[in-house]
Design a binder for this molecule. Structure first.
Ligand code: G3H
Ligand code: 13P
Ligand code: ZN
Length: 313
């Protein structure tokens, strides 16, 4: 099966009350762990590549690994650019074979965000084959691509703006800010995690049937934070988005849930444990193999407990 766009995936997810997992990929073991889980559970997949991942791995290598995943799994897979920050970057990915791109103009003024998003949409939609575009309104706290957005600079999405934004940009999906944030430290110690479901509901009312995206949606699984700290790490208290909140969002208008930090924690915790228990080990396969398995287990749990997309491929 060739790469697909997210159009049909999102239509079915919206109607079916589930979401598709969008997992960040940086190397072969991460891709294999994710794809092995999705293959077992027949789950549709979005594999997403950030600008940092392109710099780290070289886009050509990642595209070829994703092509291998298609051959290996026969699943519907979309290849997505995560947090594109310029027209030129989006164009490069569209021309390079991505089926979906995100243009993140969330740091710009409303008018500038519309102008930049519209330019990317025009290019993506007239490309043969058509490429779909995710845009963002509202600003998430946290670190992404080495840029830190402080709590003061973060802002919830204003539902009054979404209809005009979607109509004028013609974007295919919209990332909104309802209290999720990037990275492993989403809430302060002692703070009770909270998402603004009222904003999500109001956005869905204004944009019936339109797919909404949640960034910063890792749950920061305590087991892996603990594993990192048990085997030589010293992460401060890390708190993520509770799984039941994500599950609720997936039954609403949210069709795409972005997960990266949980993959990093699972991989790092497992590698640390293996090396601590086998101090003489120097064969990378011996610690990357268990890390790949940890990712597979993590993604299986996400598909079943959070996304609800098992058997939907
Ligand atoms: O939201 C950003 C993702 O976690 C990607 O992170 O830019 O460090 O690859 P990265
Ligand atoms: P997390 O940092 O919560 O995994 O979010 C990832 C993300 O939003 C990628 O775009
Ligand atoms: Zn993000």
């Amino acid at each position: 099966m060739p790469l697909v766009t997210t159009e049909e995936m999102f239509r079915q997810a919206y109607e079916g009350g589930y979401a598709i997992g969008a997992f960040n990929v940086n190397n072969m073991e991460i891709i294999q762990g994710i794809v092995n889980a999705a293959k077992q559970l027949r789950a549709p997949l979005i594999l997403q590549v950030s600008a940092g991942a392109r710099r780290y791995a070289n886009q050509t290598y990642l595209i070829k690994l994703v092509e291998a995943a298609l051959i290996d799994s026969d699943l519907p897979i979309a290849l997505h650019l995560d947090h594109g920050d310029s027209f030129e970057l989006c164009k490069e990915c569209i021309d390079g074979g991505f089926t979906s791109v995100m243009i993140d103009g969330s740091h710009l003024s409303f008018e500038e965000n519309i102008e930049l998003t519209r330019r990317v949409v025009d290019y993506a939609h007239s490309h043969d084959p058509k490429v779909v575009v995710e845009a963002e309104l509202g600003r998430l706290e946290g670190v992404e691509d080495e840029i830190r957005v402080s709590a003061e600079d973060a802002s919830y999405t204003d539902p009054d703006e979404v209809e005009e934004f979607v109509t004028r940009t013609k974007c295919d999906s919209l990332a909104i800010a309802i209290g999720t944030s990037h990275g492993a430290y989403k809430f302060k110690p002692g703070q009770t995690p909270k998402l603004r479901f009222d904003i999500l509901e109001e956005v869905a009312r204004r944009l019936p049937g339109f797919p909404i995206v949640l960034h910063g949606a890792s749950s920061v699984i305590p087991e892996y934070v603990q594993m990192i700290n048990t085997y030589g790490g010293s992460m401060p208290d890390a708190i993520g988005i509770p799984e039941d909140m994500l599950r609720k969002a997936a039954t609403m208008a949210v069709c795409k849930i972005n997960i990266d930090s949980d993959l990093r924690l699972a991989m790092t915790g497992t590698v640390r444990k293996h090396l601590a228990e086998h101090p003489a080990e120097f064969d990378p396969r011996k610690y990357l193999g268990p890390a790949r398995l940890a990712i597979e287990e993590l993604v299986s749990n996400k598909i079943i407990n959070v996304l609800g997309c098992s058997g939907k491929a």
